[in-house]
Ligand binder design. Structure first.
Ligand code: ADP
Ligand code: MG
Length: 717
C-alpha cells in the first residue's frame, strides 16, 4: 500500500531535476502526481500483423529485431538516425528514431519488441516513424494500449510519468472521495479511485470518458461552490439603500439628447433597483464597444451622488480615466456635482459655477481642452484632494489604480464602478469586490455597491461558468444612429488602393489609425521597432505630405496621453500605433482603422480595435492586412456584433487562449469545459442544493478541504 501523502522526494529513483520539474507542474506529493491527469490518449491498443499496417495510421506491431543501424542523416541538420528492421511471421518493417543515440545500444538483435507509432511510406519501403517501444516481455505501458499523454515540462516526459504512476498503482493505494456519495450516485459517476484508474489505465475508450466525466464535474462543482459561497457572503453584507431624490434620474434621462436603447433602459432599471436595496449590488455590465455603457454608469452615479453619497470610478489606464473625467464633466455640466480625477499624474477637480468649492482659494487654474461649458476645472495638490474626498466635498471620484491606495479614504462611498479592460484578467474581474471593499472606507459597517463593466463582450457560457457570483446586465444592442463599420480583409496587391482611399478620406477631414501587432509577448522591443519603422515608412514613402503621430508602449504615460490628445485635436492625420491604443479611447473623427498582420491578433482583439472607429457621424472602415485567405479573418467581415465574434473566438481558440490567462490557476479540465453549458448547469444546481442544507460544508469536511485547496490554487483575485 502506498501512502499518497508522501512527498515526491521520497519516490525511488527520483532525481533533483525531476523534483524541480514536478514542482513546476505543481506536483509535490504522490497524490498530486496521481491527479496529474492525461490530456489525451494515443490509441495503440490494437496489435496487428506487420503485413496489415496502413499507411498514414497509427499501429502497434510486435516483432523480432533483425538489424540495428545508427548513422547521420544526409540532410543539412545532420540528425542522428537509428534504424532497425523488425519482423514477424507476416513480414517486416523498418523503424526510424531521430536523435536518440542511446537506442542503438539498447536495441539488441534477436530481441522481441512492441512498437507503436505512425506508419509512413519511406523511400523504399514502409516505415514506422519515431515509435514508442518496449520489450514485449514487459507489461504494456507505453505501447499496445490506450497510452495516456500528460502535460509535460522540461525534464519530465509522459513516459516518465506513466512509469511512476504505474508503480504507484501496482502497489495499490487508498483515497477518500470528497464528492458526496449522493451526488456520485445521482449523476452516475464512478468513485474517485476507479476514476483515477480509468484515467491512467483505460482499457477502453469508454473508461477514459467515464474518468473525464467525473473529473470535469468535480472541478466545475468546486468552482461553482466557490462562486456561490462568495455570492452568499456578499448577500449577507449590508449596503446603503439609495433612494431616488425627486425622480432626478428620470428627469436626467428625459433630458438626454438621444433615447436610450431598450438594452440600456433594461440595464438602467436593473441597476437603479439594485441600488435601492440594503445589500450591495454586484453587477456586471456586459456590453460591446460603443454600446453606451458610460451613460448607464452615469445614471447610476447620478442617483448615488444626488442622494448625498459618493461614487468611485476606476479605469485601467490614465488615458481612460481622463476620458471618463471629461465625459462625466460633460454629462453633468448642468448639475451641481463636484467631480475629481485622481491618478499618479493628475489631481483635478471640476465644479459647477454654483459649487461651494469656488470659495476655496487653493487652486491654480488648469487648462483642459474640454473647458467649453459651465464648469471650472482646477488642479489641486494631492493632499488637498484626499482631504476633499474624505470630507465629502467630491461626489464623483474618477481614477486609476491610484484610487485603491490605503491613504485614499472616502467619507460616504456608496458605489464603486470599475471600467475594466479585458486584460485585467479573469480573476481580478470576478473578484475585485473583495479588494475594493477592504480598502475603500465608505460608510461604517456597510460596503459599497459594485458595478463592473467589460471592455469586450463575454460569451454567455463563460459568464455562467466564471461569473456565477455576479448579476449580469447585457447591452447587446447598439444605439440606432450607429452605422455599421465596413470591414475588408485586404490582399497585399490592393495595399496601394487602400492608401489612396486613406488619402481621400483625410482630404475630407477624417483621420486614420494604423495598428501593428505585438510580435511576441516577450519581445515588446521589436513591437516598438515595428511601429517606429512603419511610421517612418509611411511618413517618408507613402504620405510625405501628411502629419503622422506615433504611439507605443515605450512612451511614458504622459507622452502617450499627449499623443492621444494631439490626435484627438486633429494635430495628426494618421496615428501609427502598437496595441497600446486598444483601450476605449474615443476619437469620433477617425473613420479608418488599418490593422497590419491582422492574423496575429485574436478576433476579439480585432473587434476591439475596430471599435476605435465608427464613433462619430461618418461612415467608417476597417481594413485587415495579412493573409487574405485567412478564414478566421473573414469572420470579421461577416459579423459586426462583439458577442458573435466573442463566441467564434472562443470556439476557435478555446477558453484558455480566449481568456488570455493561464495564470488564473484554473485546472485544465475546467478551462476546457468553460463552454460546456450542460455541465455548468448541472454543477451549479448540485452546488446550490448542497449549500442549501450545508452552507458551510460542515458535514462535508473532505469537500471543504478540497475547496480550501482550490481557493488557494485558483488565483481569482
Ligand atoms: P462604451 O460602451 O464603449 O463605453 P460609450 O458609453 O463610450 O460606449 O458610448 C459611445 C457613444 O455613444 C458615446 O458618444 C455616447 O454618448 C453615445 N451613446 C450612448 N448611448 C446612446 C444612445 N442610446 N443613442 C445614441 N448615442 C448613444
Ligand atoms: Mg467605455
Amino acid at each position: 500500500m502506498v501512502d499518497l501523502e508522501q512527498k515526491i522526494e521520497e519516490m525511488s529513483g527520483i532525481r533533483v531535476s525531476h523534483i524541480k520539474a514536478l514542482h513546476r507542474l505543481g506536483i509535490f506529493t504522490l497524490k498530486d502526481l496521481v491527479f496529474h491527469l492525461p490530456f489525451r490518449y494515443e490509441d495503440y491498443s490494437k496489435v496487428v500483423p506487420i503485413s496489415e499496417v496502413i499507411i498514414g495510421e497509427q499501429a502497434t506491431v510486435i516483432g523480432k529485431i533483425i538489424s540495428v543501424n545508427a548513422r547521420r542523416s544526409w540532410t543539412k541538420r545532420k540528425m542522428q538516425l537509428t534504424e532497425a528492421v523488425i519482423s514477424d511471421d507476416s513480414g517486416s518493417i523498418q523503424a526510424v528514431w531521430f536523435n536518440q543515440r542511446y537506442l542503438a545500444g539498447a536495441l539488441k538483435e534477436g530481441k522481441e519488441i512492441r512498437l507503436s507509432g505512425k506508419i509512413i511510406l519511406g523511400k523504399k519501403n514502409l516505415s514506422i516513424s519515431n515509435p514508442a517501444w518496449e520489450f514485449s516481455s514487459r507489461d504494456a505501458t507505453h505501447t499496445g494500449r490506450l497510452v495516456p499523454i500528460y502535460p509535460e515540462t522540461e525534464g519530465i516526459t509522459s513516459k516518465w510519468i506513466r512509469w511512476q504512476i504505474g508503480n504507484i498503482f501496482q502497489n495499490d493505494f487508498e483515497i477518500d472521495d470528497p464528492l458526496p456519495e449522493k451526488i456520485v450516485e445521482k449523476l452516475n459517476l464512478h468513485d474517485l479511485k476507479k476514476s483515477l484508474i480509468f484515467a491512467h489505465f483505460p482499457k477502453t475508450e469508454n473508461h477514459f470518458k467515464i474518468a473525464q466525466k467525473r473529473f470535469a464535474f468535480s472541478e466545475m462543482f468546486l468552482l461553482q461552490l466557490k462562486s456561490l459561497q462568495i455570492r452568499s457572503q456578499w448577500e449577507n453584507e449590508s449596503a446603503v439603500a439609495i433612494k431616488d431624490k425627486e425622480n432626478i434620474t428620470d428627469e436626467f434621462i428625459k433630458g438626454l439628447p438621444f433615447e436610450l436603447t431598450s438594452a440600456q433602459k433594461k440595464a438602467t432599471k436593473q441597476i437603479l433597483s439594485d441600488l435601492e436595496k440594503s445589500h450591495p449590488m454586484n453587477r456586471l455590465l456586459n456590453g460591446d464597444v460603443g454600446s453606451g455603457k458610460t451613460i448607464v454608469a452615469a445614471i447610476a452615479a447620478l442617483k448615488v451622488a444626488s442622494a448625498g453619497h459618493q461614487v468611485a470610478i476606476m479605469a485601467p489606464t490614465e488615458v481612460l480615466a481622463l476620458q471618463h473625467f471629461e465625459s462625466f464633466c460633460k454629462i453633468f455640466k448642468d448639475y451641481n456635482i463636484n467631480i475629481s480625477l485622481l491618478t499618479n499624474s493628475y489631481q483635478l477637480i471640476s465644479h459647477n459655477k454654483n459649487s461651494d468649492i469656488k470659495n476655496l482659494k487653493l487652486f491654480e487654474n488648469y487648462k483642459l481642452k474640454i473647458e467649453n461649458f459651465s464648469r471650472n476645472t482646477t488642479k489641486v495638490k494631492r493632499d488637498d484632494l484626499l482631504r476633499f474626498i474624505k470630507e465629502m466635498k467630491m461626489s464623483i471620484v474618477i481614477g486609476t489604480h491610484a484610487l485603491i491606495q490605503k491613504d485614499v479614504q472616502f467619507g460616504k462611498l456608496a458605489l464603486v464602478i470599475v471600467d475594466e479592460q479585458h486584460r485585467f484578467g479573469v480573476g481580478q474581474r470576478a473578484f475585485l469586490q473583495q479588494q475594493t471593499t477592504e480598502i475603500f472606507d465608505g460608510v461604517k459597517n456597510k460596503i459599497p455597491h459594485l458595478l463592473t463593466m467589460t471592455a469586450t463582450p463575454i460569451p454567455r457560457t463563460l459568464t455562467m461558468a466564471l461569473f456565477g457570483n455576479l448579476d449580469i446586465s447585457l447591452l447587446d444592442e447598439m444605439p440606432k444612429n450607429r452605422k455599421e463599420i465596413i470591414t475588408r480583409v485586404v490582399p497585399a496587391i490592393e495595399r496601394k488602393k487602400i492608401y489612396d482611399f486613406v488619402r481621400d478620406q483625410i482630404q475630407q477631414g477624417r483621420q486614420t489609425f494604423v495598428i501593428l501587432p505585438l510580435v511576441e509577448q516577450s519581445k515588446a522591443m521589436s513591437e516598438v521597432k515595428a511601429a517606429v519603422s512603419e511610421h517612418q515608412r509611411l511618413s517618408e514613402k507613402i504620405f510625405p505630405d501628411l502629419k503622422l503621430g506615433l504611439l507605443h508602449g515605450r512612451l511614458k504615460s504622459k507622452e502617450k496621453e499627449e499623443t492621444m490628445q494631439a490626435f484627438k485635436n486633429k494635430e495628426y492625420d494618421i496615428l501609427v500605433s502598437t496595441s497600446v491604443v486598444e483601450v476605449g479611447v474615443d476619437i469620433s473623427n477617425a473613420t479608418i482603422m488599418i490593422i497590419e498582420d491582422a492574423d496575429r491578433f485574436g478576433l476579439s482583439q480585432l473587434h476591439q480595435f475596430r471599435g476605435r472607429v465608427g464613433r462619430g457621424e461618418h461612415q467608417s472602415y476597417c481594413f485587415l492586412f495579412g493573409a487574405s485567405s485567412n478564414a478566421r479573418l473573414k469572420t470579421m467581415e461577416k459579423y459586426s456584433s462583439g458577442f458573435d465574434i466573442a463566441e467564434k473566438d472562443l470556439k476557435l481558440r478555446g477558453p484558455g487562449e480566449f481568456l488570455g490567462s493561464r495564470q488564473s490557476g484554473l485546472p485544465d479540465i475546467t478551462m476546457e469545459n468553460l463552454g460546456n453549458i450542460k455541465l455548468i448547469e448541472i454543477s451549479r444546481q448540485e452546488a446550490l442544493n448542497l449549500l442549501k442544507t450545508d452552507s458551510k460544508l460542515e458535514n462535508h469536511p473532505l469537500l471543504q478541504k478540497e475547496l480550501e485547496k482550490f481557493k488557494k490554487n485558483v488565483h481569482l483575485e
